[in-house]
Design a protein around this ligand. Structure first.
Ligand SMILES: [Zn+2]
Length: 328
């Protein structure tokens, strides 16, 4: 805010209304959730480094919280905008609710965020979120209020396009919603859902600092394009981030054999019971020979492997869960 005041003051001193009008907009950055509200929760392969506060559940699974992802992206966006002389205000700067207050209720949290932006006299409002639906839901979507004016629509389109080209995830489009922060802020306001934490592949993407930086820069570039009134969509941004290969951690096996022929017989027996299976050969250090494993499934999460094992056992095959070899 200080810089904008300075620019406005300089324009006043120079007696130029035009320079004041050219001052950059004050951008309110709203990192979704915080404090007692963790937002959506994703599950990562064990020990995935993220550069975010470490999170785990009672079963020891490595988790990723939406509130940590949104704050990290918001801080990156804040730095990106300030480096380009945009004045900014954050609705929270720590792992707390809106206005950096302890979380008491959702409505108090949301009201505080709106208050920060409205009281600061922000010109634009950008809320950062990550999505959650099913494990296979995928992609980026951006919202403005149902009855938003042209400015909010244009801002939503510009930010959405810039984030989509940088992430390379499915384009779920610019949508309308009645979210509290969109409805009650008095300036053009949008809400970005970058990717799905409920999708293990996208949770793994969001765990990467370089991907969060891409999202922040996409939002920043969208704000700049909106500010400059550029309507042409971005033409491209090079290759999208390479998806982190999901480390397959568990195999469910229905037998291991010394010969491929024996393994084929087991696969055939499973196929007759409508269980898909493949043969994987692997060196057994204990038996000191290559063994042929009949694999009915490979899983990131132990719970899914247990479900598969129960299914195979119910058909009276000897099913086991074993550690899968690391993928190269
Ligand atoms: Zn959210």
């Amino acid at each position: 805010m200080r810089l904008r005041t300075l620019l406005a003051a300089a324009a006043l001193l120079a007696g130029s209304a035009g320079a004041a009008a050219a001052a950059l907009p004050l951008v309110a950055i709203d990192p979704g959730h915080g404090g007692a509200d963790s937002g959506a929760v994703g599950v990562l392969p064990a020990g995935t480094p993220s550069g975010l506060p470490p999170r785990a559940d009672a079963r020891g699974r490595t988790l990723i919280y939406e509130k940590d992802v949104t704050l990290d992206i918001a801080r990156r966006l804040d730095a990106w905008l300030r480096a380009r002389a945009f004045p900014t205000v954050m609705t929270r700067t720590q792992d707390l609710a809106g206005g950096d207050r302890p979380y008491t209720s959702q409505i108090a949290d949301l009201r505080a965020r709106v208050d920060v932006a409205n009281r600061a006299g922000a010109d634009l409002f950008v809320s950062i979120h990550e999505n959650a639906l099913s494990a296979t839901s995928s992609g980026t979507e951006t919202y403005h209020f149902y009855y938003a004016g042209a400015a909010a629509r244009s801002l939503a389109v510009a930010v959405h396009q810039e984030v989509v080209v940088r992430l390379g995830l499915p384009d779920r489009g610019v949508k309308q919603a009645g979210f509290y922060v969109l409805k009650n802020t008095v300036m053009p306001a949008i809400l970005l859902e970058g990717a799905f934490l409920s999708n293990p592949a996208e949770a793994a993407l969001l765990a990467r600092p370089d991907v969060r930086q891409r999202i922040a820069e996409g939002v920043g570039a969208g704000i700049v394009r909106h500010q400059q009134g550029i309507r042409t969509p971005p033409t491209g941004y090079g290759p999208p981030p390479r998806p982190a290969p999901l480390v397959i951690r568990y195999w469910v096996t229905a037998g291991m054999f010394k010969s491929r022929g024996q393994a084929r017989a087991r696969v055939a027996a499973l196929t007759r019971r409508r269980v898909e299976a493949v043969i994987r050969s692997r060196w057994s250090p204990r038996l000191r020979r290559t063994m042929f494993y009949v694999v009915t499934g490979q899983y990131v999460f132990l719970q899914s492997a247990r479900t598969d094992r129960a299914k195979v056992r119910a058909l009276r095959f000897p099913a086991r869960i074993i550690g899968a070899p690391a993928r190269r």
